[in-house]
Ligand binder design. Sequence first.
Ligand SMILES: [Zn+2]
Length: 295
Amino acid sequence: MTLLPQLPSTPTVNNDMTCGTCGYNLRGLSPDGRCPECGHPIEESRYDPRLAAADPRWLRAIRRGFTILLVSEFATAAARLLGYAIVTTYLAYQAMVITWFIGVTLYSLGSWIVASRDCVCPPMFDPRHLRRVVRVCAVVVWTAMLIWTIATFTGNLSPHGTLLILALMICCLSGDACLFLLLRRFARRIPAPALAWASTSLLFFVPTTVAVGLGLNMVYQVLVAIGHPNPIAVYESTAGHAIRTILTVTGWISLVALSVVFFWFRRRLSALLSQARQAASERLRATASGSQKDA
Ligand SMILES: [Zn+2]
């Protein structure tokens, strides 16, 4: 009788680990099975939500997303400064619109990348609806901005068209809100409570500021559309002026806050990635010295 060589057994949970639903000890069970007590997938109990345990390729991708978001804030700052400095000449106005367009393009691209899927995350923990809203809104805002930019150059947009684009942009502030919800989740997975708090603050602050700004613009466009004799007068009134001053201040505050938060995320992700690299090289060294001892 020949003894068959022992086949490598299927991977098992080789440490004490409790089921995420009922607390049953899953030691010795196959990771792709289910809890014998309650049927909860073992893969979901095994899942480590910390970003340190995530796929480094995905971490690098979202770090790239944060870099692009950070650069988009610089473009937005440039557009704002151009707006103050040389808005009176025709050419400068076009330059400002193009700079805004570049800023929105980068912001949309960065949001799209940050909302990419973490492939090791089980479907139960994947915030796919959030990610989907962020991506759809990024495309809608970018398209609206593109039409607006082209219309600025060709002068082909009716007041109604402008109104539609503004309405579209206001609707897509939910995309912004979802982006900050996503960032809050990332911060909790680092874990970085201060960064999570900052993301929650942005969640309320940034969309409100943008909505009021675009809303004010909409009021003006509505006045034009309904044939108000002097829409500029309403815009230039004391109330209009006060709102615009508040908006200027809050606009700069949110720009600085966003840049800080994007930079902060980028740094934390870089730290996680270098930790992961270090751990991998230490493992490699340990394996190498282990095999030397065996020899
Ligand atoms: Zn269970």
